[in-house]
Design a protein around this ligand. Structure first.
Ligand code: UD1
Length: 342
């Protein structure tokens, strides 16, 4: 029988790509979203890519406990992937209570209801932000977590802890996987779904694509005096489709009972560091467009260099990032061009 996966925040950037990969892997998916930070573009795009015009959509807020209860009453859910959360680092510094309330309460509600309705496999979307400024790179899952540099980052660390405690106390009803994402970028090769930031993008790649298309005048490269080979920060940029595929491996591992511990943690990255400057250069080269840029002061809270050691995900889950940075940056550009009607 087909298994059903609930994707909270399933209409967003990561959620929509994960939904596509799950459907293509043979899962039934229920998308749930309150559209607080996205419109219906990606949900419609997912339906087109998969040909699933009947893809269930529940418009709801995971902070509403009754709504979460109703959702779990309506569907038999084998696994839940929880994305529904706020994610802007700077905004979280200005509005910490809004971040703690939304990101923690929604996850608590999912866990409470999942357990009460007989148990479930829970995949939580965590972040490399939990490693803070690491003492050594690359980071493995055993690298100690460091205090987060923002309330947003704190909510990731706290939700990791909450999942550990909830699983431990659940008597086997709950099992969990924490996926720690590095820097997800790009778009689906169909250019039907991709990143749709509201207002001025905080993240690097949407800022690059919007500058290249002329929506922004100039990209500020925050800091060129870091102790890195070219002075700009280094990150592990992971293709969004590769990242989405990691969720299929993780969900299957949980559903097929292949986990070795009740909570498992995997880094989801390429293992390949790329500097901000290298990324900008690669984007210009592969797409044959210019990205006007200048160096600007460092951005508060930025980490100098972080990239993943993805060995555990490679060997244990059998997942590996396969897309090249060129493919990824081409897809990001194709998506921006499609948005601009070009
Ligand atoms: C941040 C979050 C991370 C989150 C990720 C995706 C922290 C410390 N980091 O990662 O948890 O998962 O966003 O939402 O909480 N840059 C520029 N110019 C720009 C934009 C960015 O030079 O206009 C640089 C930044 O200084 C940084 C790199 O590009 O060195 C990547 O920035 P960004 O895309 O915002 O991701 P992170 O800060 O790495």
């Amino acid at each position: 029988m087909k298994k059903t996966v609930l994707v909270s925040g399933g209409a967003g950037f990561i959620g929509s790509h994960v939904t596509v990969e799950l459907i293509e892997a043979g899962y039934d998916v229920v998308v749930a979203d309150n559209f607080s930070n996205c419109d219906r573009t990606c949900y419609e795009g997912v339906k087109k890519i998969t040909g699933r015009e009947d893809l269930p959509l529940e418009v709801m807020d995971f902070c509403d406990l009754d709504a979460v209860k109703a959702l779990f009453g309506k569907y038999h859910i084998d696994a839940v992937i929880h994305f529904a959360a706020y994610k802007a680092v700077g905004e979280s510094v200005e509005k910490p209570l809004m971040y703690y309330k939304n990101n923690l309460v929604s996850f608590l509600n999912v866990l409470e209801v999942a357990q009460a309705t007989g148990g479930c496999n829970v995949l939580f979307s965590s972040s490399a932000t939990v490693y803070g400024e690491p003492d050594a790179v690359p980071v493995t899952e055993a690298t100690p977590r460091k205090p987060a540099t923002s309330p947003y980052g704190n909510t990731k660390t706290m939700c990791e802890d909450i999942l550990h405690d909830a699983v431990k106390a659940s008597g086997g009803a709950l099992k969990g996987i924490l996926l720690r994402y590095f820097n997800p970028i790009g778009a689906h090769p169909s250019a039907l779904i991709g990143e749709l930031p509201r207002g001025v993008p905080n993240n690097l790649v949407p800022f690059i694509t919007q500058t290249a298309i002329g929506k922004r005048e100039c990209l500020n490269i925050f800091g060129n005096d870091y102790p890195t080979p070219d002075g700009t920060c280094q990150r592990d940029f992971i293709d969004i489709v590769d990242l989405a595929r990691a969720h299929v491996f993780a969900v299957t591992r949980m559903i097929e009972g292949k986990m070795k511990k009740d909570v498992e943690i995997f880094n989801v990255g390429t293992g390949r560091p790329l500097s901000v400057m290298e990324l900008v250069n690669a984007f210009e080269k592969v797409n044959g467009v210019k990205v006007p840029h200048k160096f600007a002061p460092r951005r508060a809270g930025d980490i100098t260099a972080i990239w993943a050691d993805p060995t555990l995900a490679n060997t244990e889950m059998g997942w590996k990032a396969t897309r090249t940075i060129e493919e990824t940056l081409k897809a990001a550009w194709a998506w921006e061009c499609r948005l601009a009607g070009k």
